[in-house]
Design a binder for this molecule. Structure first.
Ligand code: HEC
Ligand code: HEC
Ligand code: HEC
Ligand code: HEC
Ligand code: HEC
Length: 387
């Protein structure tokens, strides 16, 4: 697919450039004639290909979901619930419910599937907030998103997702003087003269962050702090925020051009038939000047590269219940504990306090083995309340 921000290809294009492989645009007329019940395939024609190809942007939306095995997605599998995208994303005047800009990080309404309130794209709207027989698991729902336990890894469908994109190395030419393109494993581009270096991952463990549904997007006119890594879309939330829960994310590692004098991001003019386009001349100075001129934004004439991070929350590819993240992946002192970066919460089994730890681990053992745990749990709760 093209780098056209959600638009499909409208004309045949050689992708990757120099590969001799021509990709054909989707037949939009044919798609329009088939408008009726939407399928995973036709929603996916756009959403699986964001960012320039299959699985590039999202780690949890790729072509493996057209016909996934149950292992990959219990909801969309034919031998699972066989849901289409629109079963969860009900549409209201063409505006789909569910969004990465205004997500419902915690759904207080619980089950509301029968009434079509166009507010359905949460786990709770079908399962409610207490779907487990085990109260110990249900207790987590307030602080831990359902996705955090039920999507242990993303990109599980055999299609690698892009995890690193470094624009700073773009523009190299091979010995023949032609723009350089290097294929890596699985036919993915490892290096592209047009876009720089890439890395990919399959079966990736998410990064966990507090998230209350609010995202702070950096815009083109924002002044940025270039003394540290720039979070393009920092997510908000903390342990004391009643609307926040711990969510799983794919964090895309990036490096992109910016103006070190004005301290803003810059517009890079990549594609077009003129001689300033980066993909024609591979000259950043010209391409950025042209981009900033066209956008009418102030530009010092100097550019450098800044390390960036982008957060993509993970919500598809729910695994079978047996594969939910095991208790000890979070409740542990191990260096590989999943929630080690979440410092502002007391986690039994992880945090230093011998007395409570003993009971914390008893509670965890109890859930696996005998009914010991319940007593211990009550003790913990009582002690926490009395603090
Ligand atoms: C089992 C229910 C379910 C199914 C099936 C489902 N989704 Fe989602 N989707 C969600 C939930 C939950 C969210 C989080 C949105 C929120 O809470 O506001 C979401 C979010 C999204 C987002 C915004 C998130 C982002 O990272 O940009 C997109 C786009 C999306 N879904 C597309 C799809 C497509 C395309 C399909 C079909 C291939 C699909 N969804 C199938 C439940 C579902
Ligand atoms: C022709 C391409 C195309 C098709 C087909 C398509 N979408 Fe979208 N969709 C988009 C674009 C473009 C956006 C806006 C993305 C953005 O704002 O970054 C969008 C936005 C969304 C969002 C909100 C995403 C967000 O992060 O806020 C959801 C959810 C969604 N679409 C689901 C669906 C579902 C379900 C279907 C099938 C019934 C579908 N889309 C079909 C292109 C498409
Ligand atoms: C549109 C309704 C709907 C939504 C929304 C929904 N589910 Fe489900 N879910 C189902 C149905 C139906 C099944 C039964 C599928 C099966 O096992 O055949 C199911 C099954 C499950 C299972 C059990 C799988 C197993 O191994 O038995 C889990 C876990 C689960 N869902 C978690 C989630 C999570 C997490 C979300 C939010 C990302 C979610 N669900 C959103 C309808 C929904
Ligand atoms: C702390 C981890 C954790 C969280 C958070 C969590 N679950 Fe679960 N879930 C599990 C485990 C473990 C199982 C399997 C054991 C069981 O069924 O009790 C499970 C089972 C399920 C099942 C299958 C139940 C059955 O009886 O077959 C569904 C459906 C489900 N979860 C949905 C959800 C939803 C919806 C949320 C958010 C409100 C959620 N889970 C939050 C760990 C979690
Ligand atoms: C994804 C990480 C994660 C997993 C997996 C997980 N927990 Fe937790 N657990 C937490 C967090 C975070 C808290 C703190 C929640 C709070 O303070 O409300 C917690 C709290 C607890 C507590 C203290 C509860 C309370 O109300 O004081 C117990 C007991 C517990 N978990 C048991 C379990 C058991 C048993 C399992 C496996 C079935 C499990 N946890 C799986 C993250 C996890």
């Amino acid at each position: 697919m093209a780098t056209d921000a959600g638009h499909p290809l409208y004309a045949p294009r050689e992708i990757p450039k120099g590969s001799g492989k021509i990709q054909m645009p989707p037949d939009l007329a044919l798609i329009a004639r088939k408008v009726g019940k939407s399928s995973r395939q036709n929603c996916g024609a756009c959403h699986f290909n964001g960012g320039g190809g299959d699985a590039v942007k999202h780690g949890d939306l790729d072509t493996s979901l057209i016909n996934p095995p149950r292992q990959v997605d219990v909801h969309m599998a034919k031998d699972g619930a066989n849901l289409s995208c629109a079963d969860c994303h009900t549409f209201n005047e063409h505006i789909p419910s569910g969004s990465r800009y205004q997500i419902q990080a915690k759904d207080p309404h619980g089950k509301d599937l029968p009434k079509d309130d166009h507010n359905r794209a949460t786990c709770e709207s079908c399962h409610g907030s207490t779907p487990h027989q085990d109260v110990k698991i249900n207790h987590h729902a307030d602080k831990v998103a359902c996705q955090t336990c039920h999507i242990p890894e993303f990109a599980r469908g055999g299609i690698a997702t892009k995890t690193l994109w470094d624009w700073s190395t773009a523009g190299k030419r091979g010995p023949d003087g032609k723009p350089l393109f290097i294929q890596g494993e699985h036919g993915h581009l490892k290096y592209s003269a047009e876009k720089g270096d890439f890395e990919y991952g399959e079966n990736v463990r998410p990064t966990y962050k507090w998230y209350n549904g609010t995202v702070r997007q950096i815009t083109m006119t924002d002044t940025i702090d270039d003394s540290k890594i720039l979070e393009i879309n920092a997510v908000e939330g903390s342990a004391s925020d009643p609307k926040a829960r711990i969510w799983p994310f794919k964090v895309m590692v990036g490096k992109q051009p910016y103006d070190p004098v004005n301290k803003t991001l810059v517009v890079n003019h990549v594609y077009g038939d003129d001689d300033t386009a980066f993909w024609t001349n591979f000259d950043y100075a010209k391409a950025i000047q042209a981009g900033m001129d066209t956008a009418g934004l102030p530009y010092s004439g100097q550019f450098a590269f800044i390390e960036t991070r982008m957060n993509w929350f993970i919500t598809h590819m729910v695994a079978p219940k047996e594969q939910a993240v095991p208790c000890q992946d979070c409740h542990t002192r191990s260096e590989s504990g999943r929630l080690n970066a979440i410092g502002d919460i007391y986690l039994p089994g992880r945090d230093h306090n011998d007395w409570i730890d003993l009971f914390g681990s008893l509670a965890i053992l109890g859930s696996i083995g005998a009914g010991l745990g319940h007593g211990a749990m009550r003790l913990i709760s009582r002690r926490r309340q009395s603090k």
